[in-house]
Design a protein around this ligand. Sequence first.
Ligand code: SF4
Ligand code: F3S
Ligand code: FES
Length: 247
Amino acid sequence: MSYEAKFKVWRGDDGDGELVDYTVEVNEGEVVLDIIHRLQATQAPDLAVRWNCKAGKCGSCSAEVNGMPRLMCMTRMSTFTEDETITVTPVRTFPVIRDLVTDVSFNYEKARQVPSFDPGDVGPGEFRMQQVDVERSQEFRKCIECFLCNNVCHVVRDHEENKPGFAGPRFLMRTAELQMHPADVADRREMSRDVQGLGFCNITKCCTEVCPEHIKITDNALIPLKEEVVDRRYDPVVWLGTKLGIV
Ligand code: SF4
Ligand code: F3S
Ligand code: FES
């Protein structure tokens, strides 16, 4: 069964843009990205859209569909009624390059701030990781870097001025993952507070809600990281050491 759906798609560049109306054919089993591709093929050959895998694994096709941050390739058209107008806009937090394509380089800058894994003096093969530790970090390893979590977080969504000092949930989660690694000897707690802006996060959990990989970003990464930072800050030995200027 096919039908004609009404779409509003944002068209423009970093200077100006508007929602443009289209009517596009929809067939059973299709997702929003299929319709955007049909639109490109039949009515708007210059429509810019980023995608790659069409399987929810590359993280390229992030957009806002009826105001919700989503992967277009994983958003089934059956989510909507046939008479509903579907509005597709680029993710709001990052600057538009053209149409549905945004410049996500903010995220790569934040990625570079996280000090990488540091095994200390342990040589290859000298450390045996326990299954419980493997499982803990495996959840975070499911991240496909779609940046929907960074896009939705209110700390930067409407606050350009917060961007220099906030890494966003994706990279705070990366820090938490490394902190939890039993073979890693680096201490990133102060960095997460002073450079990544962990204190900006007030646990609204919007990041967790939009994650297409269903990673419990807030409960399993951000809150444990906050607890670690607080532990260090209020540790009486650290407090005394700071006063004496030796920590
Ligand atoms: Fe996307 Fe989830 Fe990774 Fe955030 S944590 S970038 S929402 S997959
Ligand atoms: Fe933002 Fe997620 Fe914290 S949405 S405020 S990083 S819980
Ligand atoms: Fe790869 Fe959508 S095209 S996640």
